[in-house]
Design a protein around this ligand. Structure first.
Ligand code: HEC
Length: 123
């Protein structure tokens, strides 16, 4: 018997707390910085955004040149909804694009796209 009834009441509140802290990182303006860091991690992660395969991005190694370098993004796209739309499904703007529709294909969740957009707006 390893699963004593005593372990569960302790584990569940601890888990709930961990989930709350994780969720707060996305909604709390005070932790905008951590959303940017998370967005950068997702953008550079070869199994997630994998943006460096096609885009040069400040701070990233071995970029490809299939897409344009991602810089001055905030002045080019002041409206973050436009960036969300590009990441969600660029084929809507450009049916010929080779950029993956990260939202439509669920490569990235809405929250992950939002974090990547936060990061893009720092470029
Ligand atoms: C397979 C290559 C590829 C990948 C991977 C890719 N993109 Fe793109 N991206 C493109 C191309 C090509 C364009 C040029 C516009 C078009 O094709 O519609 C583009 C355009 C963009 C634009 C508009 C840039 C501008 O100056 O107008 C943004 C922003 C962007 N990509 C962000 C990203 C982000 C963030 C990721 C990772 C989550 C990513 N892309 C992954 C190929 C890619």
């Amino acid at each position: 018997m390893t699963d004593t009834p005593l372990t569960k009441p302790v584990l569940i509140p601890a888990l709930a707390l961990a989930l709350l802290i994780g969720a707060a990182a996305f909604v709390c303006p005070a932790s905008a910085q951590s959303a940017v860091a998370e967005g950068q991690r997702l953008a550079f992660d070869r199994s997630k955004g994998n943006c460096l395969t096609c885009h040069e991005i400040k701070g990233g190694d071995l970029p490809g040149t299939i897409g344009p370098p991602l810089k001055d993004i905030k002045s080019k796209y002041p409206d973050r909804d436009e960036l969300v739309a590009i990441l969600t499904d660029e084929t809507k703007r450009n049916p010929q694009t080779v950029m993956p529709p990260f939202g439509r294909n669920r490569i990235l969740s809405e929250k992950e796209i939002s974090a990547v957009v936060d990061f893009l707006q720092t470029l």
